[in-house]
Ligand binder design. Structure first.
Ligand code: IMP
Ligand code: MG
Length: 179
């Protein structure tokens, strides 16, 4: 598994340091709000679980599962809701947790989908942002790191369901996803 990684971009230590900073910022911004953390399965599970450990204010958590990629490395443009929220979000301050924002197609669909449900606010925190490939104009309030236009794996992020359990974030060797 590790031999398929071209380069380690962010070590576990670097990731945790940045996640603590994000959690602090979120705790300050939401201190008088009714915070609901919404993790987007499956890519954001590792990030979500580390992030909530360092959030110091009360918060609830929920998950959604969406699919847009299949097993390819390009977004299909078609987003499907595979699992919806368990609870009502009316009046809540929803913070969507994403692993990586690429074209933005997935998140803009998700935002539209949730907008009708009368949340008090909806914002996004993304561990990684690939600005270069953005197609949808979406506002990401909190960003962990700006990443180059490479195929990223690890720390929850997969290629064809593999590599999610790597404890760091790295770029995948081209020969793996181009074969
Ligand atoms: P978007 O709709 O193009 O913004 O894609 C969003 C989703 O595609 C992310 O939540 C990831 O699950 C996946 N994705 C985007 N870029 C990568 C990558 O470099 N590696 C693995 N998954 C990615
Ligand atoms: Mg995702």
């Amino acid at each position: 598994m590790i031999n398929d990684v071209e380069k380690v971009l962010y070590s576990e230590e670097v990731l945790i340091k940045r996640i603590k900073e994000l959690a602090q910022e979120i705790s300050n911004d939401y201190s008088n709000k009714d915070l609901l953390i919404v993790g987007v399965l499956k890519g954001s599970v590792v990030f979500t679980s580390d992030l909530i450990k360092y959030i110091t204010i009360p918060c609830a958590i929920d998950f959604m599962a969406v699919s847009s990629y299949g097993n390819s490395t390009e977004t299909s443009g078609v987003v499907r809701i595979l699992k919806d929220l368990d609870n009502d979000i009316e009046g809540k301050d929803v913070l969507i947790v994403e692993d990586i924002v690429d074209t933005g197609v997935t998140l803009s669909y998700l935002l539209e989908y949730l907008k009708a449900r009368k949340a008090n606010s909806i914002e996004i925190v993304a561990l990684l942002n690939k600005e270069a490939r953005r197609k949808s104009d979406i506002k990401v309030k909190y960003i962990g790191f700006e990443v180059p236009d490479e195929f990223i794996v690890g720390y929850g992020i997969d290629y064809a369901e593999n590599y999610r359990n790597l404890p760091f974030i790295g770029s995948l060797k081209r020969e793996i996803y181009e074969k």
